[in-house]
Write a protein that binds this ligand. Structure first.
Ligand SMILES: [Zn+2]
Length: 268
């Protein structure tokens, strides 16, 4: 654990100590996972893949967590109290083979955001076209786009941006034979121009990487997420569900208020 992470852990432990034990923050919390067990070569810190045993423990803690509703991404936008949705970014093979069976066993809906060039190129770590179809046919599973080439969309000119959004969506729709209207921003890179291009490309819901819970009235094209890492023990996971890590929101500007281009490091 590096020193920054150690400090973050300490601050969150303080939040956990002073909060009232029985009150989790209400709102819509969208969890962001990446790989479950796969090695990611660009992930030098080993934080974007979670061991299957730890993922299983997270799911058990989630199911046992009191006073919340597990929901699909779109369904969680409305309602009272704490709603929690699970998402995975990038489209790793293990999402189908490791995560899906476990989540299906518990009847937990989830969303996978896929960078479509990895699929088209049959990159070994990522879902193949056949596996995308298989995953998309499972009950409670929503598939969304994550750009075509996983490039930060804020770095694209207008034409390339349009291509990333339209080509990824079209590819998935052709594969699945149904509309695709959700996406997440590669590297969390989004600004007003990108957000508006997402809207005009036919998406109605998009997730960014700003760390926070979503309050009522949040722009559905800029949904905040709770980043869950491969180093998050069950204790830390429960703290994140509870809101003890939401102070992390201060790390980045809120794209709802202006430009948000997080420091881009490796594969996120
Ligand atoms: Zn990504």
């Amino acid at each position: 654990m590096n020193w920054r992470r150690a400090i973050a852990r300490g601050v969150s432990e303080m939040h956990a100590l002073v909060r009232h034990a029985s009150t989790a923050a209400p709102g819509f919390r969208v969890l962001m996972y990446h790989a479950v067990g796969s090695r990611i070569s660009e992930d030098h810190l080993g934080i974007y893949t979670i061991a299957p045993t730890l993922f299983r423990a997270h799911v058990a803690a989630l199911v046992a967590y009191p006073g919340m509703r597990l929901t699909g991404l779109r369904e969680g936008l409305v309602g009272e109290g704490l709603r929690i949705a699970i998402t995975f970014d990038d489209g790793y093979k293990d999402n189908l083979h490791v995560a899906a069976p476990l989540l299906l066993d518990h009847g937990i809906p989830f969303t996978v955001f896929i960078s479509t060039e990895f699929v088209r190129n049959r990159d070994a770590n990522y879902l193949s076209p056949e596996e995308v179809r298989e995953l998309g046919a499972l009950p409670g599973v929503t598939l969304g786009a994550h750009g075509a080439t996983h490039v930060p969309l804020t770095q694209c000119g207008d034409e390339a941006l349009r291509h990333e959004l339209v080509a990824s969506r079209g590819y998935l729709e052709d594969l699945l034979g149904k509309p695709v209207t959700v996406m997440s921003y590669p590297h969390g890179a989004v600004n007003r121009r990108v957000r508006d291009a997402v809207a005009s490309s036919g998406y109605t819901l998009a997730a960014c990487s700003r760390f926070d819970i979503n309050a009522p009235g949040r722009d559905p094209l800029l949904l905040c997420r709770t980043d869950i890492l491969g180093i998050d023990s069950v204790r830390v996971f429960r703290q994140k569900l509870h809101g003890d890590w939401d102070w992390y929101r201060r790390k980045n500007h809120d794209p709802e208020l202006g430009i948000s281009t997080p420091k881009i490091t490796g594969m996120t």
